[in-house]
Design a binder for this molecule. Structure first.
Ligand code: GDP
Length: 360
């Protein structure tokens, strides 16, 4: 499942947001370093299509796709050197598919800012620098090891060359995800090092109500981080939303001018930056959403359910969600010729409702 690691300076609202997203009661205290243990929360991704499918198939239950959030402690200037909360915490980001930086935009004089003032551009720069330094440290350890291994013919010289090229990029202060083609950094060769600046970034601007309504300011912040994805939310509102029933929550959300909850926004943008999509299965037992990468073929998609499904793949019976709903039943969709038989080269589309046929 999609895993987002939440990073940011202390006191920007990470715990508040994490708790809102995962309905966790852990205390969000008003002082730096309140978050000292990493926390993982697995959140079901609301998908209204599943309820519709469950009605059509008479499913006993629905199983939505999930997003995992890893709450990582605040990173301060010098974190990469082991000052404040250091390396041990950066290690927790390595597991994440994408990094989600919470940036404080709300101006609340009662909440202390580590640098004494609210300045999103400077906060973003601070975190970016710490991640670049953390990767440089990783490479400073890896390069001598690789040199030895290449001499002993135990490592591919191309990996060493890629590591050296990566050092050059990082020394310019550039994230590896922003390396130019001429930099010759083959990130695939460096995958084992789980370098942090290779990960896609999503920015969460934690704004108050006035900030949410300020479209000019929002455009400025969006431009600041472009082309990375970003979302705007109010962590304080998010924590109220989870206390409410769906109707009241929708009303509160609308009153702040927001169309989607923070979770929905983050899941949507996270799926976009990572190139993910879902397909669906449905039957009397369950209706379920499965997360795959865009461009995956039917056998690859089947492999998410079970590796045997991929290995023994014969064919897939596919109907688009819209066609199935139009028809009202699988039998009717079939009668209308809407259920297609697809082979191993079929590239999955978002919202495909699938039944796989396979040999065991
Ligand atoms: P963390 O250190 O980044 O995890 O920050 P916390 O989530 O612990 O938040 C620090 C303080 O800021 C707490 O007192 C929160 O109640 C407050 N806070 C968090 N988000 C918001 C927000 O959107 N608006 C306001 N006014 N306060 C917030």
């Amino acid at each position: 499942a999609l895993t987002l690691g939440i990073v940011g300076l202390p006191n920007v609202g990470k715990s508040t947001l994490f708790n809102a997203l995962t309905r966790n009661d852990a205390l969000a205290a008003n002082y730096p370093f309140a978050t000292i243990e990493p926390n993982v929360g697995v959140v079901p991704l609301p998908d209204p299509r599943l309820d519709v499918l469950a009605r059509i198939s008479g499913s006993e239950k629905v199983l939505p796709a999930t997003v995992s959030f890893v709450d990582i402690a605040g990173i301060v200037k010098g974190a990469s050197e082991g000052e404040g909360l250091g390396n041990k915490f950066l290690a927790n980001i390595r597991e994440a598919d994408a990094i989600c930086q919470v940036v404080r935009v709300f101006a609340d004089p009662d909440v202390v800012h580590v640098d004494g003032r609210v300045d999103p551009a400077s906060d973003i720069e601070t975190i970016a620098t710490e991640l670049v330094l953390a990767d440089l440290q990783t490479l400073e350890r890896a390069v001598p090891r690789l040199e030895k291994e290449v001499k002993g013919k135990k490592a591919d010289p191309a990996v060493l060359a890629a590591a050296q090229a990566a050092v050059a990029v990082l020394e310019r202060g550039t994230a590896l995800s922003h390396a130019a083609p001429g930099d010759d950094v083959d990130l695939d060769l460096l995958r084992d090092l789980t370098l942090l600046t290779t990960k896609p970034f999503v920015y969460v601007f934690n704004t108050d109500e006035a900030g949410l309504a300020d479209t000019a300011r929002r455009a400025e912040l969006e431009a600041l981080v472009a082309p990375a994805g970003c979302v705007f939310l109010d962590a304080a509102v998010e924590s109220e939303l989870v206390e409410l029933d769906p109707e009241d929550a929708a009303e509160l959300l609308a009153s702040t001018g927001q169309e989607e909850s923070g979770l929905d926004q983050l899941a949507r943008v996270g799926f976009e930056v990572l190139g993910l999509q879902t397909y669906l299965t449905t039957g009397p037992k369950e209706s379920r959403a499965w997360t795959i990468r865009r461009g995956w073929t039917a056998p690859q998609a089947a492999g998410v359910i079970h590796t045997d499904f991929q290995r023994g793949f014969i064919k897939a019976e596919v109907v688009s969600y819209d066609d199935l709903v139009d028809a009202g039943s699988h039998a009717e969709a079939k009668a209308r010729g809407r259920v297609r038989i697809e082979g191993k080269d079929y590239v999955m589309a978002d919202g495909d409702v699938v039944e796989f046929r396979f040999n065991v």
